[in-house]
Design a protein around this ligand. Structure first.
Ligand SMILES: [Zn+2]
Length: 251
């Protein structure tokens, strides 16, 4: 495998998705320097994380963590690779890395029975070809062995892209967009609801409120990235983004 990869590297060098530097044999997707400088949240070390507190009063949340702060060009680039540039395997890699860290440094996964990726609307999934949250869940499953519950909840409304809407507008926009399909699959269980980025938390809240209709369910949250509650400004200008860093978006 090593030789094959070394030869492939000679023919078509693999590059860090964040800084563009050539990757060495052991590195995957991002170089060690970029990974080391990811702005990690360390939420799992807080008794009640800042992220958990965002959901207080909205739905009964047990605990909530995010791998890194979504606060700059580099993390934005990572998320764009995952969401729009056809690299959901990056999400699996990051989630697996994060899950191992959580297992070593905390009891976060203790008592969690099943993983529930936040669903996309079928139309969006069709245009994107994948649900990035499912790929995050895959990484968590690979590290922890916790199973993924399928088709528990469905997205029944395809809310338009929310990147340009403000907080209150977003919350109104996401009401009733999910429907609980199989409550029996999560009844009595502690589920981990998984998403890529949390910004206002409105979409996650809407989904969690629907999941909370299942009998005796307990809900925790895991996301790759957590943005400050005021959305981060667009990189170039305020026009709708059709491309970022010169690469066209797929939807
Ligand atoms: Zn790098």
């Amino acid at each position: 495998m090593g030789i094959v990869r070394d030869m492939a590297d000679l023919l078509m060098p693999r590059r860090c998705l964040m800084c563009g530097r050539r990757l060495t044999g052991q590195e995957e997707y991002a170089c060690a320097t970029c990974l080391m400088h990811l702005p990690l949240t360390e939420y799992h070390k807080q008794e009640h994380s800042h992220l958990e507190k965002r959901f207080w009063g909205l739905f009964p949340v047990e605990k909530a963590v995010a791998m890194f702060h979504h606060d700059g060009e580099w993390t934005r680039r990572l998320i764009y690779h995952i969401k729009y540039w056809g690299h959901p395997d990056v999400a699996t890699f990051l989630a697996r890395t994060y899950a191992k860290e959580l297992m070593e440094g905390s009891s976060f996964f203790e008592g969690i029975d099943t993983l529930v990726p936040l669903p996309l609307h079928w139309r969006r999934q069709l245009s994107r070809h994948y649900n990035q949250s499912h790929y995050i869940a895959l990484g968590i499953k690979q590290a922890t062995g916790i199973p993924i519950a399928k088709h528990v909840v469905k997205r029944v409304k395809n809310n338009p892209s929310q990147t340009r809407k403000k907080g209150l507008e977003r919350r109104e926009n996401v009401e009733g967009i999910f429907r609980l399909m199989h409550p029996e699959r999560i009844a009595g269980k502690h589920i981990l609801l998984i998403d890529d980025v949390v910004t206002t938390g409105a979409t996650l809240t809407s989904c969690a409120q629907e999941l909370a209709k299942a009998p005796d369910v307990r809900i925790s949250i895991l996301t790759l990235a957590a943005a400050a509650q005021t959305p981060i400004p667009a990189l170039q200008n305020d026009t709708p983004e059709t491309s970022v860093f010169g690469v066209p978006l797929m939807e």
